[in-house]
Design a protein around this ligand. Structure first.
Ligand code: ZN
Length: 320
């Protein structure tokens, strides 16, 4: 019994003690708080997806970014900050969500995976640099409010998702060695799906058009991996209001590159994308940066939405 308590996740011990003291409300089978599941807190959707797929029934995953909310500019409730400190494992990425970075610094969880330390983050690319043109801006991307020195959107490269999957498998196996075989098997299944996705995406090398226009610059990793060229209306954050000069530059690049489609996102207003498409007589379609999943997403999980993205790109860029 002593051994079992020592090996149980910390919150399970706390829950067991609370039950012993309170003698109430401890027997229902709800959401992992009262069993020996591993308590994982994911900073935003793609990490939630990996944790749920690898952890399966042995893990309870909560997501700090509510469904339908934007993970950029995330603010945390006091309860969420507390949940970080109590978690067995937190999946996050330094430099992306300042509130999460601060909460972890102040309230160290039992375990954490900082994805920025296991995948190679790229410099921002594919965003329009107006300083090269006639625009006399204050410097680089400052006018767009980008505070990122590295592009955070690494999850849109399936190969990075494989790296994350393997890291989650390893940490879960350390935290809960009894179920290591299950975590290994779950991870293997997910890695196979991600490899297939990567292989299917490689058909983008046959696209007649290499450029695509996105709402915010979320697809730099995808563009780099599969040989495409991202033209983004906004910068690395989706909430920026693009300047008229930037919109004009996007329109010119879209014309010069034979772009057929202006892409917008499910979590962000399509107003600017629709306006640009209207001016140029182009169509619009969804290219989803997978920063969250809602009922309006074109697919129920990362893999399905990535497949919808691939189909949208193949149509827009005349591939295959
Ligand atoms: Zn983003």
């Amino acid at each position: 019994m002593k051994d079992r308590l020592l090996r149980a996740p910390r919150h399970a011990v706390a829950a067991a003690l609370a039950c012993a003291l309170a003698l109430t409300g401890c027997s229902s089978g709800s959401s992992g708080a009262d069993t020996d599941t591993v308590d994982v807190v994911a900073a935003f959707y793609p990490f939630q997806f990996v944790a749920e797929r690898v952890g399966g029934e042995h893990v309870h995953v909560s997501n700090l970014t509510q469904p339908g909310a934007e993970p950029h500019e995330l603010e945390l409730t006091a309860q969420q900050i507390a949940s970080i400190g109590q978690a067995d494992l937190v999946l996050y990425q330094t430099g992306f969500q300042a509130a999460v970075d601060e909460a972890i610094a102040q309230n160290t969880p039992r375990g954490a995976i900082d994805v920025a330390s296991i995948v190679t983050l790229q410099d921002p690319a594919g965003s329009i640099d107006l300083t090269d043109g006639e625009e006399d801006s204050e410097g680089e991307h400052d006018e767009d409010g980008d505070e990122f020195t590295k592009d955070p959107h690494e999850w849109l490269d399936p190969q990075n998702m494989i790296t994350i999957t393997n890291a989650v498998r390893d940490r879960l196996s350390e935290l809960d060695a009894d179920h290591a075989d299950q975590y290994a098997s779950n991870a293997e299944t997910l890695v196979e799906q991600l490899q297939q996705l990567d292989s299917d995406y490689s058909t983008l090398s046959s696209c007649q058009q290499k450029s695509f226009v996105t709402t915010h610059a979320a697809f730099g990793y995808l563009a780099t991996r599969y040989g495409l060229n991202q033209i983004s209306i906004a910068g690395l954050s989706p909430d920026e209001e693009p300047s008229p000069a930037r919109i004009a530059a996007v329109q010119q690049l879209a014309r010069e590159n034979g772009v057929t489609t202006i892409f917008y996102e499910t979590l962000v207003s399509d107003k600017v994308a629709s306006s640009i498409a209207g001016d140029l007589g182009l169509t619009t379609d969804v290219l989803d940066p997978l920063e969250g999943i809602t009922d309006e997403s074109r697919g129920s999980d990362y893999i399905e939405v990535m497949r919808s993205n691939l189909a949208a790109l193949e149509t827009a860029n005349q591939c295959g």
